[in-house]
Design a protein around this ligand. Structure first.
Ligand code: G4P
Length: 528
């Protein structure tokens, strides 16, 4: 098959949701359709369960699971689908943000009863900033929940989306009869009382046909007609271009647990979702169908076995074909590297592959050469952009608790930061090291991993910082910046790349600083 047709048949996406909305269940149902797994229950949730926050073995176990489910690839109707897993736990949000740099589209899962929740808001915001095409799946229709119109309103208001329903529920919870599929023009009925997995699809070309009354009863039929009329009046019709540009979001209703509405979602997804997209590098826009291979690291996962400190670097292929045992340029290190056992991921299996195409993810064994954001090419000198660090929200001084092991500690911290577990800052004032994280859980993970993987011990000391922001040296007013640096010298630090960072101890300080120095540009993401 030609490179063009391999690209054409690939869809790489992520499923995002607030924990418990049904991401794992939906993933599993999609894999069942693809025949990638044989039974329900095969996909392990990568959730960190409540109460497990101080149980290190549990954290480690969960990390293991998330390697296995990092990429779930399967084939459906000759389309190669790559699902990239995104941790739902808020302490790992940064991991999810980075994974979103490697997807070409997303499916957002929303619980019909809970509506739009906190994590969904944050994740959708990142997708919106990047114009990532999104499809919304409203889940758990077998339960009582919010009214469909109310929910669509909430999605528009809280998530800032423009929705277009592709299906519409007929009843809900106890009265849930099925779904009218606006996209395919048919009715899917839950049959029987059990409402389990039984699905009947009846094509209804014209919603006014009396056949609909026979199927769902007069009241439901009349109601549905009114609702669909309203849908057509209120919401814009589906337009693929608008969806692909991130301006319009199709919405599906269903119940992942009961496998209801999932096939419809998948069938529509493979038809409308984008194929691998071009990506901007620091020198030019790179197209997937270019002959030469290029890709970037969006995730690094440490090996589970503490005796072997090798890691798995996940590369998203942007252009060309990636071949086993072929030398590629690690641009940052200016070093050629060959990979004898690149892994591809198929549902829960890992396999060594000879060749991979744009949109695919390969896992490369790494002994410490890769950092998140690194670019690999066939020789061209360029760096992919767009893997930012986010402003951390928890801060602690990190101290060496075993003076004999300072080298191990330094190495451990260095590698954990490369993996993106947390961010390291060095205070300008006294050279002390500060760890900043998005979630509180990471401090425990770091301490545990330093001890078990690097034989180093650390202790923490509290530091009162509300937020760290990056100072834009280039675009700030020079005089104002000099004054800012002098007055705020006690609150300045450098990040790992040597960029200047300002530690604000409260939101009030931050506001005051911004109004006192309006021409000193502060950013909440490292890439600006
Ligand atoms: P997550 O990955 O987004 O965190 O959610 P997950 O799929 O684990 O689903 C969270 C809970 O919601 C699970 O129940 C799951 O069975 C349930 N669920 C998912 N889809 C549906 C649906 O369509 N209808 C209903 N009624 N429930 C659904 P749990 O009790 O927390 O877990 P489990 O013990 O069933 O695994």
């Amino acid at each position: 098959m030609s490179l063009e047709s391999e690209i054409e048949r690939r869809r790489t996406f992520g499923i995002i949701s607030h924990p418990d909305a049904g991401k794992t269940t939906l993933t599993e149902k999609l894999l069942l359709f693809g025949g990638a797994i044989q039974e329900a229950g095969a996909v392990k949730s990568n959730k960190i369960k409540k109460g497990a926050t101080s149980d290190f073995m549990e954290i480690e176990r969960q990390r293991g699971i998330s390697v296995a489910t990092s990429v779930l690839a399967f084939e459906y109707q000759d389309v190669k689908i790559n699902i990239l897993d995104t941790p739902g736990h808020k302490d790992f949000a940064e991991d999810t943000f980075r994974t979103l740099t490697a997807v070409d589209s997303v499916i957002v899962v929303i619980d019909v009863a809970k509506g739009v929740e906190e994590q969904t808001v944050k994740l959708v915001e990142v997708c919106r900033m990047r114009n990532i095409p999104m499809i919304v799946f409203i889940n758990k229709l077998d339960r009582e929940g919010k009214d469909a119109f109310e929910l669509l309103d909430e999605i528009e208001q809280k998530l800032g989306l423009t929705v277009t329903p592709m299906s519409f529920p007929i009843g809900m919870g106890y009265d849930f009869k099925g779904i009218y599929n606006i996209w395919e023009k048919n009715v899917n009925l839950f049959s029987g009382d059990s409402r389990k997995n039984i699905e009947e699809t009846i094509n209804i070309e014209d919603i006014n046909t009396t056949e609909l009354n026979d199927l769902i009863g007069d009241d439901f039929a009349e109601n549905l007609r009114e609702e669909i009329e309203l849908v057509t009046e209120v919401y814009p019709p589906f337009n693929q271009k608008e969806y692909l540009n991130g301006n319009l979001q199709p919405v599906f209703f269903g119940s992942a647990l009961n496998n209801f509405g999932v096939r419809e979602l998948l069938d529509c997804f493979i038809e409308i979702a984008p194929t691998p997209k071009p990506k901007e590098s620091d020198t030019r826009l790179v197209k997937p169908n270019e002959k030469d291979f290029s890709g970037f690291v969006f995730k690094i996962h440490a090996n589970m076995d503490p005796k072997h400190r090798d890691r798995l670097a996940f590369i998203k292929i942007v252009s060309g074909t990636f071949n086993r045992n072929t030398p590629y340029l690690h641009v940052r290190n200016n070093k050629k590297m060959k990979f004898s056992s690149p892994n591809a991921f198929f549902a829960e299996r890992k396999e060594i592959v000879d060749v991979s195409y744009p949109g695919d993810i390969v896992g490369l064994h790494d002994t410490g050469n890769f950092k998140i954001g690194d670019t690999l090419t066939q020789g061209e000198i360029m760096q992919y952009k767009g893997i930012p660090s986010f402003s951390p929200e928890h801060f602690k001084y990190i101290n060496n608790a075993d003076p004999m092991k300072s080298k191990q500690l330094a190495k451990g911290i260095d590698q954990l930061m490369d993996e993106g577990v947390a961010q390291l800052f060095v205070l300008e004032l006294n050279g002390r090291k500060v760890i900043g994280t998005v979630g509180a859980l990471q401090f425990e993970v770091i301490q545990y991993r330093l001890e078990h993987e690097y034989s180093a011990k650390c202790s923490y000391e509290n530091l009162n910082v509300y937020k760290a922001c990056w100072v834009d040296i280039v675009n700030s007013d020079k005089e104002e910046l000099a004054d800012f640096k002098r007055v705020k010298s006690r609150f300045l630090a450098k990040d790992k790349r040597g960029q200047l960072v300002f530690f604000a101890d409260s939101s009030f300080t931050l506001q005051m600083t911004q109004s006192k120095y309006p021409n000193v540009k502060l950013h909440f993401v490292s890439e600006f």
